[in-house]
Write a protein that binds this ligand. Structure first.
Ligand code: AHG
Ligand code: MN
Ligand code: MN
Length: 348
């Protein structure tokens, strides 16, 4: 290999940006492909803006801490939740791409009227996931899904959003960690990008990421042990008696899922006796992550049915979530379905 070729290869790699990757994935330059590429570019812009603010948060006034308000979930809102929510709205104004955005932080979808005549897509998002980590400078994330808008929604009920997770056209997350990463899928594999701050671009790092078939990590808030149903307790008791498992839990779904995608294992946020649906929201947390993990060869379940089959009855519906390596998830399901006879995980 000549130096020139190596040099060319390095340049080609540096030019494998997110927007170019979307066009490659769709194998087209037609208007639909250009729209989806532009859409992903706007999501990337939102991610860059949030990453920039997070990187200097401890030095700026009015960035950290609570607003004093409570969101539709009944959770105390952080200033960064509000900022991140507004960033996505600002990124899609006058884009002509998205007529509605639905977020964890807004009771009803936000309409951008100037986009509505042609904005055929809807963005669903969790602007800042794991926001309890934000004030202590630990990893947080953003989660997103793109769905096709069906109908004009003139009465602004957004009823067409109440469909299963297979309806997602694209989904992914941005992880604000030591580096900023964007992981996405358009239904053709799961791909990992890293933000190169000197270029201001997300560059392809891993194409067609494959989750291990089984793995050693179990990620669950064991402080809820007292509140779980017996099958989940039995599973965790089982794990405690097996050599080879490691507990890892950061309090931010995006970070915990990223570890499991890379190293294998299972993340659980089960329901409790008091709250059978658990904590995580279907449309902008569980379903996008499930889409991504399944595209990487993983499995996502409520414990009793495939997560992507769940049809929500309202925008902010919650769901139990068991997700990760297929063998680990199947094992948890077998406990829930009360058939734990022969655990199938081969290499933990
Ligand atoms: P959010 O910050 O968007 O409200 O999400 C927090 C979620 C999720 O990121 C995490 O896995 C889970 O809540 C942690 O909940 P517990 O503190 O109950 O474990
Ligand atoms: Mn969240
Ligand atoms: Mn959030």
């Amino acid at each position: 290999m000549t130096d020139y070729t190596a040099h060319e290869q390095a340049l080609d790699r540096d030019c494998l940006t997110l927007s170019r990757h979307v066009l490659q994935q769709l194998q087209s330059f037609d208007a639909d492909a250009q729209d989806l590429s532009a859409l992903m570019n706007r999501i990337a812009l939102a991610g860059k803006l949030i990453a920039r603010r997070l990187s200097r948060a401890g030095l700026m006034e009015g960035v950290l801490g609570f607003t004093g308000g409570v969101n539709i979930q009944g959770e105390d809102v952080k200033k960064m939740d509000v900022y991140a929510n507004e960033v996505f709205i600002a990124a899609f104004k006058q884009s002509g791409l998205v007529c509605r955005l639905a977020s964890e932080e807004m009771e009803k979808p936000y309409y951008i009227p100037e986009n509505c005549p042609i904005g055929r897509y809807t963005l669903l998002y969790d602007p800042l996931d794991g926001s309890s980590n934000v004030d202590i400078n630990l990893n947080v994330g953003s989660i997103f899904a793109i769905r096709q808008q069906e109908g004009t929604d003139l009465d602004e009920t957004a009823a067409d959003l109440l469909q299963n997770g297979h309806k997602q056209i694209a989904a992914g997350y941005i992880l604000y960690g030591p580096s900023t990463m964007l992981v996405y899928s358009m239904g053709k594999g799961t791909h990992v990008f890293v933000l190169d701050p000197s270029l201001g671009e997300f560059i392809l790092a891993i194409e067609n990421l494959q989750i291990p078939a089984s793995g050693p990590i179990y990620s669950v808030n064991e402080g809820n042990f007292w509140a779980w149903e017996e099958p989940i307790r039995n599973y965790v008791r089982y794990v405690h008696r097996q050599p080879g498992y490691s507990a890892r839990y950061s309090g931010a779904l995006v970070g915990d899922i990223h570890r499991i995608l890379m190293q294998g294992g299972v993340f659980l946020y089960p329901g409790t006796q008091k709250n059978p649906a658990g904590k995580l929201r279907l449309l902008y947390e569980a379903a996008p992550i499930a889409f991504l993990v399944e595209q990487a060869g993983g499995k996502a379940s409520t414990g009793t049915q495939p997560l992507l089959d769940v049809v929500p009855d309202h925008l902010h519906m919650r769901t139990p979530l068991i997700i990760g390596s297929p063998e680990n998830v199947a094992l948890v399901e077998s406990f829930i379905q009360q058939t734990p006879a022969t655990p199938t995980v081969t290499q933990v």
